[in-house]
Design a protein around this ligand. Structure first.
Ligand code: FMN
Length: 328
């Protein structure tokens, strides 16, 4: 935010956090750090479990094993954590988004709505979490509008699984790589392509009839490395950054897997760059490519990208990142 930058310049180093806008802006800047999501749990003196969602978890020390979480001084459960002897940290899996929402709420009956069990020292643990740590409360450090709760790890568990991610106020999951893995292992034909752009223009292959398609990896090796190598051999500099769309044609069982990325270099023979505003979608014969390209143009305009997973009639898009479009 320009006002803050100005303020810092004038005031040497101090940022004025008095306004809601300034706080929102700083929270957003802190939110650039991608985290997982945890639920922190303890028991009240009478045994009632208390817990809240936290993404401020950080490992601190291996020997002795220590970790920390920052608790807002406004949290209703703060007092319980200040006087507890033990607490647990539960790292949520990608399918536990609702649990995160539940424990971020002020609902009274949180523990009636989730599966949990007791762990070391009778501290509740969330069933299905990909890792849990039970800690002895080591100390609480006063830090502005939060307290830092430091714990010594007394017991922990890990379970295979993908984590729930959190970035700039939105959840995301990495687990969509799983359909990719099963697609790669499936017997049906797999097509792996890249939706790669340079300064608001998408690189497409153009055939003799003027039909277009996204650049594809060789059929014999449908993987990202093979696609990158193919584009590099054409004199281009591709950077494929994330999985953009996993598509299954329900009739043919064909899989279409498209990666998102950027590319630098002059379009080689048989390829051309098409402005996103004016993509020849009617010349894209493959329905999965057409829908992925149409969505790409839309998302580029709005600066928000998602991962699509589904088929030709239905699917889900999960937001993964926001960019500032360089054009439009
Ligand atoms: C993804 C996410 C991360 C959060 N991280 C923290 C955190 O690190 N520390 C914190 O005090 N509150 C955090 N919160 C907010 C608390 O979960 C929320 O204020 C909760 O209601 C506190 O519960 P309580 O008031 O019953 O103690 C987070 C919320 C969400 C959705």
């Amino acid at each position: 935010m320009a006002a803050n930058i100005e303020n810092r310049k004038n005031n040497n180093s101090c940022i004025d956090m008095a306004s809601d806008e300034a706080r929102r802006d700083l929270r957003n800047a802190f939110g650039s750090f991608t985290t997982g999501v945890t639920v922190i749990i303890t028991r009240e003196a009478n045994g009632t479990p208390r817990g809240f969602t936290a993404n401020s978890f950080t490992s601190v020390s291996l020997d002795p094993p220590m970790l920390l979480i920052c608790i807002a001084k406004s949290a209703h459960s703060l007092l319980e954590f200040k006087r507890c002897s033990h607490f647990s940290v539960n790292i949520l899996s990608e399918d536990q988004r609702e649990i995160s929402g539940l424990f971020a709420s002020k609902k009274k009956e949180k523990f009636k709505l989730v599966d949990w069990h007791s762990g070391f020292s009778d501290i509740p643990l969330i069933s299905g979490a990909i890792a849990t740590f039970v800690c002895r409360r080591e100390r609480i450090v006063n830090a502005g509008d939060h307290d830092v709760l430091i714990g010594e790890v007394k017991d922990y568990t890990t379970t295979p699984g993908a984590p729930l991610g959190y970035f700039k106020g939105s959840y995301f999951t990495l687990g969509l790589d799983q359909p990719l893995v099963s697609a790669a292992n499936s017997r049906g034909f797999i097509k792996l392509g890249g939706i790669v752009s340079q300064e608001g223009k998408v690189l497409l292959c153009v055939d003799d009839q003027g039909n277009v398609s996204v650049p594809l990896a060789p059929e014999s090796s449908p993987n990202v490395d093979a696609l990158s190598a193919k584009l590099s051999n054409l004199g281009l500099h591709p950077e494929l950054d994330f999985l953009y769309s996993v598509y299954t044609d329900s009739e043919t069982e064909r899989k279409g897997i498209f990666y998102h990325g950027t590319v630098k270099g002059v379009a080689p023979v048989g390829y051309a760059y098409f402005p996103l505003r004016d993509m020849p979608l009617d010349k894209v014969r493959d329905v999965s490519e057409r829908s992925a390209l149409g969505r790409y143009a839309h998302e580029y305009r709005h600066g928000t990208f998602g991962i699509y997973h589904g088929n030709e009639t239905s699917g889900t898009v999960q937001q993964v990142s926001k960019i500032k479009p360089s054009i439009f």
